[in-house]
Design a protein around this ligand. Structure first.
Ligand SMILES: [Zn+2]
Length: 179
């Protein structure tokens, strides 16, 4: 985008309205679009053409695809973070966030039978003979199936890795301070 400073501002809603135009010359009907307001009132030519010219100019600018991609990633991030209810993100100032606070559950080994499980992080097998607790993680947003950990440290590391993958997969790394 060079040195141009583009800023988004939304001030009108346009709704495409399908219009079928009979092309009398070759007999084929063509599908066109008129633009209406939110009440269904179609904009007149004088009202709409100045905008359409600017729309065309915008889309023909160089590096536009890259700019749109970045803007949409940003928009998706702010929509996500403002609607989050179950994950909680520490704020780092300057519009930066930390990875969401780890969520795991402490589970007691059942006393009725001997049982063991393998820690998904360090690979150590924890057994009811030696320990009282193990930890589980499960989070659909972070794409974490049910994972087991030997300790709160390992549970935190599993969580952080899933959260980091989640952030990078969406291209949101610029909005996070990731250690
Ligand atoms: Zn472990």
């Amino acid at each position: 985008m060079g040195n141009m400073n583009l800023q988004k501002r939304r001030f009108l809603s346009f709704f495409p309205t399908e219009v079928i135009v009979d092309e009398r010359e070759n007999g084929e009907a063509e599908q066109l679009y008129a633009l209406s307001d939110n009440q269904g009132i179609i904009f007149t030519k004088d009202e709409i053409l100045p905008y359409l010219e600017k729309v065309m100019k915008f889309y023909q600018m160089s590096e536009m695809d890259e700019w749109i991609k970045k803007e949409n990633i940003k928009q998706e991030f702010y929509t996500f973070i403002s609607s989050q209810t179950h994950l909680s993100f520490p704020e780092h100032g300057e519009d930066k966030y930390g990875l969401p606070y780890p969520q795991y559950r402490q589970k007691s080994f059942s006393s009725e039978r001997n049982w063991s499980c393998k820690c998904e992080w360090c690979g150590i097998r924890v057994s009811s003979k030696e320990k009282e607790f193990y930890y589980t993680l499960n989070d659909s947003t972070l794409n974490l199936g049910i994972e087991r950990a030997c300790s709160t440290d390992c549970a935190t590391l599993i969580w952080k890795e899933a959260a980091r993958n989640f952030v990078y997969a969406r291209g949101w790394q610029d909005f996070f301070c990731i250690d």
